[in-house]
Design a protein around this ligand. Structure first.
Ligand code: SAM
Length: 292
C-alpha cells in the first residue's frame, strides 16, 4: 500500500506554521504560466484547490466565503446592476453573484485561464450555471490592467484574489485600489479577500489605510472560514457611500426578498449586520490603519 501523500499549506511558513492535508486522490496538478495549481480529493473537505501552496476553495466550506463576499456588498448597495469580479477563476463567487436576479451584468477578470478551464471540469457546480447565464462575461487578463483601462463602470467590485504573493501581489496596491475607484459608479462598493488578521494583520492594516485615503469609507467585516485557518477572515470594505455599511437587518431582509430570496447556508440579514461588529483586536487594527 503506497504511503499516503500529504499536501501542506505553506502560506504561513514565515510564521513557522503549516496545516497539512492527507490526499485521497490528486485530480489535477500543473505549473501554469502564473502559479502552481493542485486539485485533490480530501476525506473531510471534499475537493480542495491550492494555488502556490495556499488553500483557495474546498467544496465543504466554500459557501461561507462565497456568500459573505457577494451578498454583503450587493445587498448593502441595494440597487446594483453591474458587478466586477477580479480573480475568482473557480467561478464560485460568480455563481453566488448571479443568484441576484436584479443584476444586469457580471464581468469576471481572471489572469490564469488554466484555473477557469480546469474548473469547468472539476467545479461544474460553479461553472455550469455561470457559463449558461447570458449576464456573465469571462475575461482572461490581469485585473490591474483591466481596471486601469476599462471604460465600463461597476456598482460592486469583488476582489476574489489569491494572497499578496505572485500574480496576486498587485491586487493589494494603491494603484490597483485607485483604478478600482476610477471604474466604480457613484455610491459603489468594493470588497476584498484580505486574509486572516490573526496571522496577516499588516496586510489588513495596509489595505484599510489605502481605502481610507481613497474612499469615503474604509473598513472590513469578518467571517470564520474553517480552511482559511486562524480564526476570523477579514473582507476589506471600500465604499463611496458611508451609509452602505449601516443598513439594519429589516432593510437587508426586504432587499433579499426582492433579489429572489435564494437559498443560503451562512448569510442571513442578522449575520450580515453582525459581520461588521469586529473583535476588539481586529477593530484596533482597522483603527490604527492610517491614510496612506
Ligand atoms: N477564495 C480564494 C481565496 O480567498 O484565496 C481565491 C480564489 S480564486 C482561485 C483566486 C484567483 O485570483 C486565482 O484564480 C488567481 O489566478 C487569480 N489572480 C491572482 N492574481 C490575479 C491578477 N493580478 N489578476 C486577475 N486574477 C488574479
Amino acid at each position: 500500500m503506497s504511503e499516503k501523500r500529504w499536501i501542506p499549506e505553506t502560506l504561513f511558513d514565515a510564521l513557522g506554521f503549516r496545516m497539512t492535508f492527507a490526499v485521497e486522490k490528486v485530480l489535477y496538478e500543473t505549473q501554469t504560466e502564473h502559479q502552481h495549481l493542485v486539485l485533490f480529493e480530501q476525506k473531510h473537505f471534499g475537493k480542495m484547490l491550492m494555488l502556490d501552496g495556499a488553500t483557495q476553495v474546498t467544496t465543504r466550506d466554500e459557501f461561507i466565503y462565497h456568500e459573505m463576499m457577494t451578498h454583503v456588498p450587493i445587498l448593502a448597495h441595494g440597487a446594483a446592476k453591474n458587478v466586477l469580479i477580479i480573480g475568482g477563476g473557480d467561478c464560485g463567487i460568480a455563481e453566488e453573484v448571479l443568484k441576484h436576479k436584479t443584476l444586469k451584468s457580471v464581468v469576471q477578470v481572471e489572469i490564469d485561464e488554466s484555473v477557469v478551464e480546469f474548473s469547468k471540469e472539476h467545479f461544474p457546480e460553479f461553472t455550469k450555471p455561470v457559463f449558461r447565464d447570458k449576464r456573465f462575461e469571462s475575461v482572461i487578463d490581469d485585473g490591474m490592467k483591466y481596471v486601469a483601462e476599462t471604460d465600463r463602470r461597476f456598482d460592486v467590485i469583488i476582489v476574489d484574489s489569491t494572497d499578496p504573493v505572485g500574480p496576486g501581489a498587485v491586487l493589494f496596491t494603491k494603484a490597483f485600489y485607485s483604478a478600482c475607484k476610477r471604474c466604480m459608479s457613484p455610491g459603489g462598493v468594493m470588497v476584498t479577500q484580505n486574509g486572516v488578521p490573526f496571522f496577516q494583520p499588516d496586510e489588513l492594516i495596509s489595505s484599510v489605510g489605502m481605502f481610507k485615503s481613497l474612499f469615503a469609507d474604509g473598513a472590513c467585516y469578518v467571517a470564520a472560514i474553517p480552511t482559511y485557518v486562524g480564526g476570523h477572515m477579514a473582507m476589506g470594505w471600500a465604499s463611496k457611500d458611508k451609509k452602505l455599511r449601516q443598513h439594519p437587518a429589516r432593510t437587508l431582509e426586504a432587499r433579499y426578498k426582492k433579489a429572489g430570496r435564494f437559498k443560503t447556508k451562512y448569510w442571513t440579514p442578522e449575520v450580515h449586520v453582525a459581520a461588521f461588529a469586529l473583535p476588539r483586536f481586529i477593530a484596533e487594527h482597522v483603527k490604527s490603519a492610517k491614510k496612506r
